[in-house]
Write a protein that binds this ligand. Structure first.
Ligand code: PXP
Length: 248
C-alpha cells in the first residue's frame, strides 16, 4: 500500500446499539465488521464502554477471533479496561474520556493534567505491544503532553468541526478546521502518528482527509446510519472514494 494511503477504521458500535435495543443477538456487530473488512476497511474500531451500552465483552472476544484487519480498541483509562486490553493485546488501544451521562465521547482527553497517571497507565499496554493512541482536542498543550507520556499516536477529535458544519456555522467550522490542520502538522513534527475522527460524514471528510499528516480516520455513526439507506458495503465504498479523491 502506498505511503499516501489514508486508512479507514470503521467503528461498529452502533450496530451493537441497534442490537441492544431489542436485547437479542441481531444485528450482529461481528457480521458488520467482517462485511466492513470485505468492503475495504483497513481496521475495525470498537468502544467497550464502562456501562456496556453498545459493545459487549463478548463482542470484543469475537472481534479478536474473527478479524483479519487490526482492531482499534477504544476504552477509558480505568483499571478494568487495562486488564481487558492486556488480556486481548489488540493492535491498537485508543484512550478516550468517558462520562456515564454523555451520549457520545464529547471531548478529548485531558492529558496535560493527568500526565503522570496516564504515563503509568499506558506503559504496560505499550510493553504488551499495543499501539497506544490518545483521543484529544486540537490543542497544542494536550499534544505535547501526549508526546511526553509516550503515546505513539494521537487521534484528533473532529466533533467540533463537524457539529459547526452540520449546524451551518461555517465561520466556526473553518476555524475548527484550521486548528485541526495546524495541530496535525504540529503533532507530526513531534513524531506522533496522527489519526482523526468523530462525527465525520460525506460532507465533512474531505478537508480532513486532505491533511497529509493524517494517516487514519475512524468513522462510525454516519456510516452505520447511511447503511440503512444504501447498505453497508456501498456506504463504506463511497467514504473510501471521497477519502481517496481528497488525498489524490
Ligand atoms: N474516534 C473516537 C476516538 C471515538 O470515540 C469515536 C466515537 O466512538 C469515533 C472516532 C467515531 O465517531 P463517529 O461514530 O461519530 O463517526
Amino acid at each position: 500500500m502506498s505511503d499516501n494511503h489514508l486508512r479507514l477504521g470503521v467503528n461498529i458500535d452502533h450496530v451493537a446499539t441497534v442490537r441492544n435495543a431489542r436485547g437479542g443477538a441481531y444485528p450482529d456487530p461481528l457480521r458488520a465488521a467482517k462485511l466492513a473488512e470485505e468492503a475495504g476497511a483497513d481496521g475495525i474500531t470498537a468502544h467497550l464502554r464502562e456501562d456496556r451500552r453498545h459493545i459487549s465483552d463478548a463482542d470484543i472476544d469475537g472481534l479478536m477471533e474473527v478479524l483479519s484487519v487490526p482492531l482499534n480498541f477504544e476504552m477509558a483509562a480505568t483499571p478494568e479496561m487495562q486488564q481487558i486490553a492486556l488480556r486481548h493485546k489488540p493492535h491498537a488501544v485508543c484512550i478516550v474520556p468517558e462520562k456515564r451521562e454523555e451520549r457520545t465521547t464529547e471531548g478529548g482527553l485531558e492529558v496535560a493534567r493527568e500526565e503522570n497517571k496516564l504515563a503509568h497507565y499506558i506503559a504496560p499496554l505499550r510493553k504488551a505491544g499495543c499501539r497506544v493512541s490518545i483521543f484529544i482536542a486540537a490543542d497544542q498543550r494536550q499534544i505535547e503532553a501526549a508526546h511526553r507520556i509516550g503515546a505513539e499516536v494521537i487521534e484528533l477529535h473532529t466533533g467540533a468541526y463537524c457539529d459547526a458544519h452540520a449546524e451551518g456555522r461555517m465561520d466556526e467550522a473553518a476555524r475548527e478546521l484550521e486548528s485541526l490542520r495546524e495541530m496535525s502538522a504540529f503533532a507530526h513534527s513531534l513524531g506522533l502518528e496522527v489519526h482523526a475522527g468523530h462525527g465525520l460524514t460525506y460532507d465533512t471528510v474531505q478537508p480532513i482527509a486532505a491533511f497529509p499528516e493524517v494517516r487514519e480516520l475512524n468513522i462510525g455513526h454516519f456510516l452505520i446510519g447511511e447503511s440503512i439507506f444504501r447498505g453497508l458495503t456501498p456506504a463504506i465504498a463511497e467514504m473510501r472514494r471521497l477519502m481517496d479523491e481528497a488525498r489524490a
